[in-house]
Write a protein that binds this ligand. Structure first.
Ligand SMILES: Cc1cc2nc3c(=O)[nH]c(=O)nc-3n(C[C@H](O)[C@H](O)[C@H](O)COP(=O)(O)O)c2cc1C
Length: 332
């Protein structure tokens, strides 16, 4: 089926969403004025994300990009998520043409957003900006908490990040999965158009075998903790996102809320990076939840602050993430 250029552009903006290890675990299907987003489990991360929680969050982020950008193309968007007969969840976005003022600001913000793993500038975010972030509308059952550096809760979070690193960096399966998503040189990047590139990691290009050896030597608890400690100290706040029921429908809703927050951060010129180990390590997640005494299941932890822009991550082409007929959904 021929897809009109506006819908194609919306899908392209959907693919600019963040995803764990830049795995881009989505497939888009177009039926008339409806865009569906389906999980692509061949890009799942079985070690770090066995329940597919982060995968469904990524799908929600892609959904929010499409809904937020739709008015720029003269559409009003309405979304819902559904359990498909095959037991997977998917997102439906219904687009309706409307008379709208042309405004290209949202597509621009979507392209500008990035995860920024650099050391930040150590400057605190102004309280009025934190208030603006707190006013970003979140989906039902999703909560966002902001903790200033050196507050009691932020020290608790830091402590759990260190414990999470200790566990992940001693886990050979975790390290092998991470290594399999690192792209060590431009040829490697061009071939896959996904994953964590040497540029994003702040490393020079090198042959794959050499890169693997070098990165392996860095994947050690002490090294990871030293680096994260420095990065946390350079940041202004932690942001913690929780969902009340820890279900796939809420993971998708959390993704929509997360992306809305990320686009607001981008608009305010504030950088963000994820430090998710305490939410990812089963052994820690209950204790982490209890120590913070707040609503919901801790799901996403980010540090935010001011920083210079860093290189952007690649994306696969729209054609590579399109599902053209129903029968191919299960095969991708
Ligand atoms: C659910 C989720 C979890 C993530 N967890 C981490 C993480 O623990 N550490 C990290 O450095 N990046 C994490 N990321 C960021 C991704 O690696 C990033 O989105 C991806 O590489 C694409 O880069 P971009 O966000 O700059 O477009 C996460 C992203 C999502 C959506």
């Amino acid at each position: 089926m021929e897809i009109n250029s506006e819908i194609r552009r919306l899908i392209e903006l959907g693919t600019k969403a963040p995803s764990g290890h830049n795995s881009q675990p989505w497939k888009f299907k177009v039926i008339d004025d409806r865009i569906e987003i389906h999980p692509n489990f061949s890009c799942s991360l079985p070690v770090v994300d066995p329940s597919h929680r982060e995968l469904y969050i990524s799908l929600g982020c892609a959904g929010e990009n499409i809904c937020a950008a739709a008015p720029a193309f003269g559409y009003i968007a309405n979304w819902s998520s559904n359990l498909t007969p095959s037991g997977k969840y998917s997102i439906q976005i219904d687009l309706k043409k409307a008379e709208l003022e042309p405004d290209n600001s949202m597509p621009k913000l979507i392209l500008e957003r990035q995860s920024n793993r650099s050391i930040f500038k150590g400057k605190f975010i102004e309280e009025e900006k934190i208030d603006m972030l707190k006013r970003v509308s979140l989906e039902e059952n999703i909560n966002a908490y902001f903790f200033k550096k050196d507050s009691i809760q932020s020290n608790v979070i830091k402590n759990f990040i260190m414990q999470g690193n200790e566990i992940q960096m001693n886990d050979t399966n975790f390290k092998n999965e991470l290594l399999s998503w690192i792209r060590f040189n431009q040829g490697h990047v061009n071939k896959t158009r996904n994953g964590l590139t040497y540029r994003v990691m702040g490393a020079p290009p090198m042959p794959k075998f050499l890169g693997k050896m070098i990165v392996k030597s860095f994947l050690k608890p002490e090294k990871q903790n030293k680096s994260d400690q420095q990065k946390i100290d350079s940041s202004s706040h932690f942001v913690l996102l929780t969902s009340n029921n820890n279900t796939p429908a809420e993971w998708i809703a959390l993704g929509f809320s997360l992306e809305r927050l990320l686009l607001k951060l981008t608009e305010l010129g504030i950088a963000n990076a994820y430090l998710n180990p305490p939410c990812e390590v089963d052994l820690l997640s209950d204790e982490f939840k209890n120590s913070l005494q707040m609503n919901g299941y801790p799901t996403i932890i980010m540090r935010i602050g001011y920083a210079d822009k860093t290189p952007y991550s690649p994306r696969r082409e729209v054609e590579e993430v399109l599902l053209n007929n129903e029968s191919s959904i299960g095969k991708q």
